[in-house]
Design a protein around this ligand. Structure first.
Ligand SMILES: Cc1cc2nc3c(=O)[nH]c(=O)nc-3n(C[C@H](O)[C@H](O)[C@H](O)COP(=O)(O)OP(=O)(O)OC[C@H]3O[C@@H](n4cnc5c(N)ncnc54)[C@H](O)[C@@H]3O)c2cc1C
Length: 497
């Protein structure tokens, strides 16, 4: 006989959103069980160890510290106690053909750098950031914490008035060009939207709020690695009573014809519950775990979505210290537009792509054996590409050649560990639609109530995570979990009436 378990609220997936949803529900007094198919929490922010190196598997940029601060405070803890946070300076380094530019954590120094690249650009950076700050404040206070069931949530006089300041109808690209003309400055300003979302021409100028987040609020690093955030969240969740079940792969969501009744695992275990919150990838849950009559979207809908990029990743350990690199390094030493076109227009493998290297050992020696360096390489790629034998190594060699030209060291003879990760692994590990890394692109037609809905057509079932509101990234996923936890709570109250 299959095993039967009973819970009040089930959460599927121990990524940031799932853990946040579970913690929110537990905080509101519910019994919560969280089912995760892997053997540890974190989802895209999992971690692994090999040859004495500790590799964060996904996120490496700790941005929007205010969101983490309010998260831990809300659940009775303190981010300063949970994490040993360091503000990075430089925040990051951009490697152009003619050398590196440090993006200083000190705004006055950064303005001087901008001035040295384009006369008067320092003052214009200040105006650009002042405007971005207004958007950030409006966005955080009035928009991101709404469940976005419908447009009416945003139709208060105050939000309508404020929404005019959000420059929703202007493109990011046009907005950036109204401040700067130097090609390198435009690349610096456009990097957050290009790497994480869509082409700047297709992204609303609203997203300059990300420049405010990275430049003014800062780029931080939790000692021990990004996975420390997950560990801290699990600690807080467990204190609230959330029960984590690992190696628990959900096969389907169950219902009684009018509402959800829980879920069933691949091994036949049955979980009875009054509400189910899915923090696993939306497309996977809706198209594969939910009975057909409860699906709000069809295959055509998903095919017409603009996905954010997938990535080719390499986790590399070297037995030497690597000169000149900083913690975060963007290699913009080849043309920008050409690579963007392969991601967003032609959906093909790029020639001479831009790439990113994170070297956490520049801040944290604990991430590698003594005298060694931990390196994470990332090339953003179109989602849905087919891998071919030898292709990954070709890209790796190209990155090593370009790196060597800048720093004067070929790291290849020093490699003691190397593992790659791309579309196939995103699909296998996260059931990611088209192997996407960061969910949906940040286009206007995929913002707020135009995103896949938090509320399922199946009563009592909800979605959270980077494919629904407010969107991709660690801080938005935390917010998504908190918001959906409130929604599921309302459902449980209604059931109890
Ligand atoms: C390479 C990379 C770099 C990134 N860099 C940054 C960065 O620097 N800064 C930043 O803010 N964001 C970054 N992001 C984005 C950020 O990591 C994600 O937006 C965020 O982690 C998404 O969290 P989530 O909870 O929505 O989903 P996930 O982390 O994907 O969690 C979903 C969970 O559901 C589980 N699951 C799936 N199916 C099932 C099932 N059937 N049964 C049980 N469990 C299931 C999965 O195993 C997974 O644990 C990056 C992402 C990637 C991939």
């Amino acid at each position: 006989m299959a095993k039967q378990n009973t819970s009040e609220a089930l959460v599927i997936g121990a990524g940031f959103a799932g853990i946040a949803a579970a913690t929110q529900l537990a905080e509101l007094g519910h019994q919560v069980d969280l089912l995760e198919r892997h053997d540890h929490a974190g989802g895209r922010a999992r971690v692994f160890e090999a040859e004495g190196f500790t590799f964060d598997m996904g996120p490496s940029w700790y941005w929007m510290p205010d969101v983490f601060e309010s998260y831990f405070k809300k659940f009775g803890s303190d981010v300063q106690k949970e994490l040993n946070l360091i503000r990075l300076d430089p925040s990051y380094t951009v490697w152009f053909e003619d050398g590196p530019v440090n993006i200083s954590a000190d705004l006055e120094t950064l303005k001087a750098t901008f001035n040295s690249m384009e006369a008067g650009a320092g003052a214009r950076l200040q105006s650009f950031l002042d405007e971005a700050e207004i958007k950030y404040e409006i966005g955080m206070n009035n928009f991101v914490r709404k469940p976005a069931h419908n447009v009416m949530e945003f139709a208060t006089w105050e939000t309508l008035q404020q929404s005019t300041k959000l420059t929703l109808l202007k493109s990011f690209s046009a907005h950036a060009r109204s401040f700067f003309t130097d090609k390198r400055l435009l690349q610096i300003i456009e990097f957050p939207v290009l790497f994480l979302g869509a082409k700047p021409e297709k992204t609303p100028a609203l997203y300059s709020l990300m420049n405010y987040a990275d430049t003014v609020l800062g780029t931080w690093y939790p000692m021990g690695g990004m996975h420390e955030i997950v560990r801290a969240m699990v600690r807080v969740a467990e204190k609230k009573g959330v029960r984590f079940h690992y190696n628990a792969d959900v096969k389907c969501i169950t219902d009684d014809g009018s509402k959800t009744t829980g879920a069933e695992l691949q091994d036949g275990t049955r979980w009875n519950a009054s509400t189910v919150v899915a923090g696993a990838d939306y497309h996977h849950v809706e198209q594969h775990l939910l009975p057909a009559q409860w699906r709000r979207y069809d295959a055509q809908y998903w095919d017409s979505r603009v996905m954010s990029p997938s990535s080719l990743l390499f986790y590399v350990g070297v037995n030497t210290r690597v000169p000149k690199l900083q913690h975060h390094n963007l290699f913009f030493d080849t043309p920008f537009g050409q690579h963007a076109e392969t991601i967003y227009d032609t959906q093909t493998w790029p020639d001479d792509p831009l790439f990113y290297i994170s070297a956490p050992t520049k801040t944290d020696n604990g991430m590698a054996p003594e005298g060694c360096e931990n390196m994470f390489f990332l090339i953003p790629l179109a989602p849905g590409l087919n891998d071919q034998p030898g292709l990954r190594d070709r890209y790796f060699d190209e990155m090593c050649d370009r790196l060597a030209a800048h720093i004067g060291l070929d790291i290849r003879p020093h490699i003691v560990y190397k593992r790659s990760f791309a579309h196939e692994e995103f699909q296998e590990d996260y059931r990611a639609f088209k192997g996407n890394a960061y969910g949906l692109a940040n286009t206007l037609r995929q913002t707020a109530f135009w995103k896949p809905k938090m509320k399922s057509k199946l009563p009592g079932m909800f979605f959270t995570g980077q494919l629904t509101t407010p969107g991709p990234g660690v801080p938005p996923s935390l917010i998504s979990g908190e918001v959906v936890g409130q929604e599921a709570h309302q459902w449980l109250l209604k059931l109890a009436e």
